[in-house]
Ligand binder design. Structure first.
Ligand code: CP
Ligand code: NVA
Length: 309
């Protein structure tokens, strides 16, 4: 049966482990100059309804490096923009392609697409989730910390799509996740309640210093996500005390790493000093999107089972 990645809640621990293992293996092989070709003669569609630098380019490069062909499709140029039912598009594209990654607003659209498609469907960001980003971020945490079980991960700022995917990951993998968000910008209440039923070490607080205290990883993201640009000014006031700066780092573990999925707004959610500082791992984090996206395509399309190697 085909497998999709629409949220991280639907993955099992073994799925995460297989992806971490395969991504690390593909990264090491790439650095050694070994070329894997598991997507030879395969085509991957990338349907994007929002802008992207990293996700689009890393999925394109990942597909090419594995011997396949990426086909970028701006949603605005398709009949989807003229209200062709998403299920019809999914059924047609299933006859042409071997997988589709979609970046759009509505999580429901991605789920409806996946339900009608015969090929793997990958969520490349919706208003509610950004699962592939958090998979590559977890890969980065593993590289720097060597483990996930007893790390404390802090999320500072908006309870947005990234926060939701971090909550999903913590629910399945069991690590400590403390989110500091303004009351009116907390993550989905229901999602958080379901997560806390399974992992009491997922907590929501309002004070950034409480989340950052002793943290091994500090994570942040923009205050106004794509589609919320009109709220940017009002959000700046509410989020003013949620900036990841050097003072916040003082309460974290000495070897804390600072992560940001990018694009970053220096002087808003993170200072330039911290983003460019020695605790920042954001460029490695961005690189790992390439390796993790290769692993995702490899596992979903060619069914590679690294765990059995
Ligand atoms: N982090 C991330 O998803 O970046 P892009 O919006 O550039 O794809
Ligand atoms: N929360 C951000 C992430 C960008 C990669 C957004 O949705 O715009």
């Amino acid at each position: 049966m085909k497998k999709d990645i629409l949220t991280l809640a639907e993955l099992e621990k073994a799925d995460f482990e297989r992806l971490f293992q395969r991504a690390a293996e593909l990264k090491a092989r790439h650095k050694q100059g070994i070329r894997d070709r598991s997507l030879l003669d395969k085509s991957v569609g990338l349907i994007f309804e929002k802008p992207s630098t990293r996700t689009r380019l890393s999925f394109e490069a990942a597909t090419i490096q594995l011997g396949g062909t990426p086909i970028f499709i701006s949603a605005a140029d398709t009949q989807m923009a003229r209200n062709e039912p998403v299920e019809d598009t999914a059924r047609v594209l299933s006859r042409y392609l071997d997988a589709v990654a979609i970046r759009t607003f509505s999580q429901t659209l991605v789920e409806d697409f996946a339900a009608a498609a015969d090929i793997p469907v990958i969520n490349a960001l919706t208003d509610d989730h950004h699962p592939c980003q958090v998979l590559s971020d977890l890969m980065t945490v593993l590289e720097f910390k060597g483990r996930l079980e007893d790390v404390k991960i802090a999320w500072i700022g908006d309870g947005n799509n990234m926060a939701n995917s971090w909550i999903d990951a913590a629910t399945v993998l069991g690590f400590e996740l403390v989110l500091a968000c303004p009351d009116e910008y907390a993550p989905h209440e229901e999602l958080l309640a379901r997560a806390r039923d399974k992992n009491q070490r997922i907590r929501l607080v309002s004070d950034p210093a409480e989340a950052a205290a002793g943290a091994d990883v500090i994570n942040t993201d923009v205050w106004a996500s794509m589609g919320q640009e009109h709220e940017a000014d009002s959000r700046k006031n509410v989020f003013a005390s949620y900036c990841v700066d050097s003072k916040l780092l003082e309460v974290a573990a000495d070897d804390v790493i600072v992560m940001h999925c990018l694009p970053a707004h220096r002087g808003e959610e993170i200072t330039a000093e911290v983003l460019e500082g020695e605790r920042s791992v954001v460029w490695d984090q961005a690189e790992n999107k390439l390796h993790m996206h290769k692993a995702i395509l490899d596992v979903l399309i060619s069914g590679h089972r690294a765990a059995t190697k």
